[in-house]
Write a protein that binds this ligand. Sequence first.
Ligand code: KG4
Ligand code: ZN
Length: 366
Amino acid sequence: MTRATTLTVLGIESSCDDTAAAVLRLDGDRPVILSNLVWGQTGLHAAFGGIVPEIAARAHAERVDLCVQAALTAADVTLDQIDGIAVTAGPGLIGGLLAGVMCARGLAVARGLHLVGVNHLAGHALTPRLTDGVAFPYLLLLVSGGHCQFLIVHGDDRFQRLGGTIDDAPGEAFDKTAKLLGLPQPGGPAVEACARDGDPARFALPRPLLDRADCDMSFSGLKTALLRARDRVVAEHGGLRIQDQADLAASFQAALRDVLAAKAARALTLYHALSPLRPVFAVAGGVAANGPIRAALSALCARSDTDFVAPPLALCTDNAAMIAYAGGHRLAAEQNDAMTLSVRPRWPLDDAAPAMLGSGRRGAKA
Ligand code: KG4
Ligand code: ZN
């Protein structure tokens, strides 16, 4: 790769159930997204009530090169104009990761391009810089279908995890709640819509780990408590009435919101101790789309003189523009993982922090 002041990067993402490709132009510090395609697989997995890794892997293998071609066309560039490739190398489902990395390696060899492997979580964590040019250090809550963690982002490769979930991720809890209440998937938007007409105080659901002074969270007990509450209502009335459904959804959402807001307050205190010039708290991940959760976090920031940054939803959820951006600094420095690049299904962002389920250990949706 010859060094270019302007760098055009091809990004590839296939760590879970979205095949994604993007073209990003980096002109100094100013990134411009030329194309950003996400080909979801929801329909392929719908009948199974969850993501089937083998089906996901096959779909990625069948589609990833077509998705790359479509992203190049949408950006109106050819491979000749690409300066380097950034591909998600982990954490995630091994079959999907392999499909993306093999595609990227093939292109890199055929075209003599530099290639870098990117941590998917770094892609999410650096998105506030891509969308809003946020300066280091900033506080980030990554809250998605497979992850929930508070990170201080110190640099392109320097992440400090303050805490995270010790069991389920909030998106997973939303999806399971939807299932329990007979609502469609993905559960988050369905539960949020249903909760609008509900009474959040009708069911007293637990707010786990608030007695602990750290930033760790737990959501599996909340799910069990919701199941019990639902079963009590069904036993009493012979079924779930519309109002019961709404009250259960609202009570669940309020409990989850309260836990995230309380732990965010603790994370903010730790972050403020660094005396950042302009404090910023950013969110990323699908659950960041939730209105009441967003409102609670935004109100917390307003009370603590901190800017609240929530990137547009299409860049909060899985995409390849964030991968191209997260690999950009390494490509600009002419680094090249080339043929030694392999996949890392488990790849925590902060190696110094103790391992937890939320750091990608299960290889679940990140
Ligand atoms: O970030 P994402 O698209 O995928 C990964 O997990 O990587 O997040 C998907 C998760 C799903 O569990 C979905 O139910 C949840 O985000 N979600 C929401 C909302 N929209 C999506 N959860 C709560 N409220 C929403 N409005
Ligand atoms: Zn993700």
